[in-house]
Design a protein around this ligand. Structure first.
Ligand SMILES: Nc1ncnc2c1ncn2[C@@H]1O[C@H](COP(=O)(O)OP(=O)(O)OP(=O)(O)O)[C@@H](O)[C@H]1O
Length: 520
């Protein structure tokens, strides 16, 4: 066999007493697509950080094409042919796609627009990516921005491309396009390391899967030698045939259900109207109209899903409903609150029973430097839960945090740990626990399961159903049709500036919804 593009041996990294990665051996050969999977906190990002020069290993060797190397910073990894597409893109909204390629280009000199555009177009054609070099980044949806990041990673010589949870933000249609690009890269001899929580990705596109459990690599085999149940068991328990995995089996078959096999959603008797939106026009931060003509009722005791490719106004709607931005036209009413009257603010809405799981966890969901307990308090500062006269009842908040850590199996050293030290999925778990505390009447849940492992997704779905069953209204924003099918009672779609629906799930097929989401 040809020399491995990348070979890791005995790679290890600890943070204090936490062994994030313990003695990992892994090799990738040219043209191989390898999945790296594991539960939240298993150590996947730490591996990515070590091979992309963002973190230094404590022990072990990294070999690139046979030579032992050190990667003191990301530039060193790039220089060695390792490209990476992170979950959070470093793009500037006001730039065009072509201008983005001038960022980080070496040396001074005049920006030669014509040659930049030509370079971008040629590269895009080579890997089969459809992109307009003149499009502004801010006008692209999340899948478009991801395509720009992939092209940017490929604009230097790349032997290994690392993709960190690329399908988490994509619809099935966009994921299919991404898989076509990966297949193209494979034929060109590029090795791909795909970090994912979606088992379907593993079985669709990967040659091999490496499974991590609590910092250890517990299996590394060709995909054909795995069953979905075996992967789940290895992730959850570090071994095959675990009871916990058997419990998950039913959930798994729902994940893999095709259109025909998908269970028909149950009909729930919804209660009175909780929230009304009428004639809304929503603008993006850059001033362009994201969507207009938005009107719907959300009832107590129902889950209403908002589907659509991200970037079509979903985030703007949530901002507006959470009292963080006013609509450009139209109005929203929730209980005694009406966006046409002054005095509507986010704190008052929270006191009235609104909870909000934000889309952008890093900027709106958490304060990285603060402890888990302090982060839990953040959403309840204006409410009665932790009020003790003029003071905060920190003991109560700490006890709630400890309970959340146990309930959601949050991987942390305890309630006092700064939340920024947790893996992304574990941060998300705390945000969910915080927002579901105190039984909100209205829950705005934007991509609540993004970045979570399948066991936690199952738990989150149970929590959302429980909230619905006790009479809360839930607005679920999701690009994942499977999730919508498992949870929602009704669904509406934002695409191409317009709203479709809401309709009952029983009255629409997945194919129809997929078509709406694609703007057909
Ligand atoms: N900077 C840090 N300081 C302290 N602990 C850290 C730090 N970064 C990661 N860890 C710990 O290392 C462990 C592995 O985290 P890592 O982010 O690699 O997990 P992951 O598999 O990528 O999880 P996820 O699926 O949630 O992204 C976790 O227990 C995490 O809390």
């Amino acid at each position: 066999m040809t020399a491995a593009v990348l070979a890791l041996s005995g790679l290890a990294k600890s943070y204090g007493a936490v062994r994030a990665v313990a003695g990992l051996d892994l090799a990738l050969h040219p043209g191989e697509v390898v999945a790296l999977v594991g539960e939240n906190g298993a150590g996947k990002s730490t591996v990515v950080n070590m091979i992309t020069g963002m973190t230094q290993p404590d022990a072990g060797t990294i070999r690139i094409k046979g030579a032992a190397v050190t990667l003191p910073n990301p530039r060193a990894a790039q220089g060695r042919g390792i490209g990476v597409v992170h979950q959070h893109y470093a793009l500037v909204d006001s730039f065009t796609v072509a201008e983005t390629f001038a960022l980080g280009a070496a040396g001074p000199g005049r920006l030669d627009r014509a040659s930049l555009r030509a370079r971008v177009a040629a590269l895009a054609a080579e890997v089969g990516i459809a992109i307009d070099p003149d499009a502004r980044i801010g006008s692209l949806d999340v899948a478009g921005q991801q395509r720009v990041e992939i092209l940017r990673a490929l604009s230097r010589p790349v032997d290994l491309l690392v993709l960190d949870e690329p399908t988490a933000v994509l619809t099935q249609e966009d994921a299919d396009r991404l898989f076509a690009v990966i297949a193209r890269l494979r034929t060109k001899g590029v090795a791909v390391l795909l970090i994912t929580h979606k088992l379907a990705d593993v079985f669709r596109i990967c040659d091999r899967a490496a499974v991590m459990h609590a910092g250890h690599l517990v299996a590394d085999r060709p995909v054909a030698a795995f069953t979905p149940e075996a992967v789940v068991s290895l992730m959850i328990a570090g071994q095959e045939g675990s009871d916990a995995a058997a419990e998950m089996a039913g959930r798994l078959s729902a994940d893999f259900a095709t259109d025909d096999a998908a269970p028909v959603p149950e009909d729930h008797a919804a209660g009175p109207v909780l929230l009304t939106a009428e004639g809304l026009r929503l603008r993006r931060a850059n001033g362009s109209v994201a969507v207009e003509g938005v009107g719907f009722d959300l009832r107590a005791g129902e889950i209403l899903a908002l589907a659509g490719v991200e970037g079509n106004g979903q985030a703007e709607l949530i901002q507006c409903l959470a009292g963080l931005a006013l609509p450009d036209a139209g109005h929203v009413a929730f209980g005694a609150f009406d966006s046409r009257r002054p005095g509507l603010d986010a704190a008052a809405l929270r006191r009235a029973g609104l909870a909000h799981v934000p889309d952008d966890r890093r900027h709106q969901g958490i304060a990285e430097g603060l402890s888990l307990t302090e982060n839990l308090i953040l959403s309840h500062l204006s409410g009665p839960r932790y009020a003790r006269g003029p003071l905060l009842d920190r003991g109560h908040a700490r006890a709630d945090t400890a309970a959340a850590i146990a309930d959601y199996a949050i991987r942390t050293t305890g309630p006092d740990q700064p939340i920024g030290r947790l893996s992304g999925g574990n941060q998300q778990k705390l945000v969910l626990a915080r927002e579901l505390l105190g039984e909100p009447r209205l829950l705005l849940a934007a991509h609540p399961s993004r970045g979570l492992d399948i066991r936690t997704i199952a738990a989150v779905q149970d929590h959302l159903r429980a909230a619905r069953d006790r009479g809360a209204g839930v607005l679920l924003v999701s690009a994942d049709l499977g999730e919508i099918w498992r949870l929602a009672d009704r669904v509406m779609v934002f695409a191409a500036g317009h709203m479709r629906g809401p309709v009952r799930l029983a009255d629409v097929t997945r194919a129809e919804l997929g078509g709406w989401m694609a703007g057909h």
